[in-house]
Design a protein around this ligand. Structure first.
Ligand code: 13P
Ligand code: 13P
Ligand code: MG
Ligand code: MG
Length: 382
């Protein structure tokens, strides 16, 4: 049987009026180039979307994962778009393009990618989740709930085809070389949670059924780690298969009913609720957020994409959004205080080293009692 590969490759190559939304001309460019990609036989089908300021290329083909031609196609679109964006002086044009030369795969070059190769089942419903203003670990909580939490996924208890559980492949993204570990659930659930709870370090790369069928793929690209300095968050994507021995689509979506806390938001340095939204609300505004996720559903057939259905546009997620905004109000009142602001290590912007340098000479091994005299700072001393 012919295998179909779903590749979602994304990058922030510039946005409109701040880190808000992908401009239309970039979406049009992507559609045009991907259509040509179909005509040239590089890809089978495509859909272009945006998650806030991130341009999302959803592609299907029969060339397998990490395929050079597919990655090149995405890379060329991002570069052409960035060039056009620079001409129009859009905001942060070329933000996620960190290299001048292409080396065969977008991994490690700025863009993010999630890919999965499947043998199409009798019916193949999939969901693509795309988030903005957050990091790959943002998917740990919902993907765990989909595939491992019986309070979320009834099928784990009542469907004989799910009852045996799933295998999670976890990546330690703090390592400079690839580091993966496989954990079986439910047998090793507590070990799995020990890792997955550390969302800034351990992220889910893939989920498999115990018989080896692939069920989920998440992008784990850590942008600021690649660049060595802050240039943007690693806004992630995930591909999830549903039904027939996998969680039902309703169980997949149920995992987003709680607007859970994620790292990102303003300057990639704050925690905030992940708010599920329809494509029409896929734009980040308040305090550059709050962090958002869009979810599109497709049926894959013979490598083609039927759809999408814009899942979170549904009124069933209104109360989740309402709660997210209440949480956002509450958190914002903490201003620069942790835990709304991330800890020093996780912050991607920080003035702390320069503040400490400025005050270096004023630190003392004795408790200081102010004398009322003018303080002698290194800045003002003669
Ligand atoms: P259908 O009876 O429509 O196939 O739905 C089954 C199901 O599992 C719903 O979650
Ligand atoms: P992006 O990573 O979405 O570009 O956001 C960057 C930022 O600093 C938002 O405040
Ligand atoms: Mg941006
Ligand atoms: Mg973004």
């Amino acid at each position: 049987m012919v295998e179909t590969t779903i590749s979602v490759i994304k990058a922030d190559i510039g946005s409109l009026a701040g880190h808000v939304v992908v401009p239309d001309f970039l979406m049009e460019l992507a559609r045009k180039r991907l259509k040509e990609g179909v005509q040239k036989g590089i890809i089978k089908d495509y859909y272009v979307a945006n998650a806030g300021d991130d341009l999302e290329l959803i592609m299907t083909h029969h060339k397998g994962e990490d395929n050079e031609e597919i990655h090149q196609l995405a890379w060329d679109i991002f570069n052409e778009g960035a060039k056009l964006g620079r001409e129009k002086k859009i905001y942060a044009a070329g933000q996620d393009i960190l290299s001048d030369t292409f080396s065969g795969n977008v991994r490690g070059m700025g863009p993010g990618s999630a890919e999965m190769t499947i043998e199409e089942r009798k019916s193949e419903p999939i969901a693509i989740f795309m988030a903005d203003k957050t990091e790959p670990g943002a998917f740990n909580y919902p993907v765990f709930r989909m595939f491992a939490d019986p309070f979320n996924t009834a099928g784990l208890v009542i469907d004989p085809n799910l009852h045996q559980g799933f295998i999670f492949v976890i990546q330690d993204i703090k390592q400079s070389t690839p580091h993966f570990v496989e954990m079986r659930c439910p047998e090793e659930m507590y070990d799995l949670l020990a890792l997955l709870g550390s969302t800034s370090r351990y992220t889910i790369k893939k989920v498999y059924r115990k018989d080896g069928l692939v069920a989920a793929a998440v992008s784990t690209d850590k942008l600021h780690q690649i660049a060595g300095k802050y240039i943007g968050k690693d806004d992630p994507v995930a591909i999830i298969r549903a039904h027939s021995g996998l969680p039902a689509m309703g169980e997949v979506l149920e995992a987003f009913a709680l607007p859970h806390m994620v790292a990102g938001w303003m300057r990639g340095s704050h925690i905030g609720p992940l708010m599920p939204v329809g494509l029409k609300d896929s734009r980040c505004t308040r305090f550059d957020g709050p962090p958002r996720v869009v979810g599109l559903g497709f049926q894959v057939h013979d490598g083609l994409l039927l759809g999408p259905v814009d899942f979170f546009e549904d009124v069933a997620f209104d109360s989740t959004r309402q709660r997210a905004m209440e949480v956002a109000d509450y958190l914002r009142r903490h201003g620069p205080f942790m835990p709304h602001r991330l800890d020093e290590e996780s912050m991607e912007y920080t003035t702390l080293p320069s503040v400490l340098t400025k005050f270096e000479k004023r630190f003392s091994d004795q408790e200081i009692v102010p004398t009322g005299k003018t303080t002698d700072t290194s800045d003002s001393a003669e």
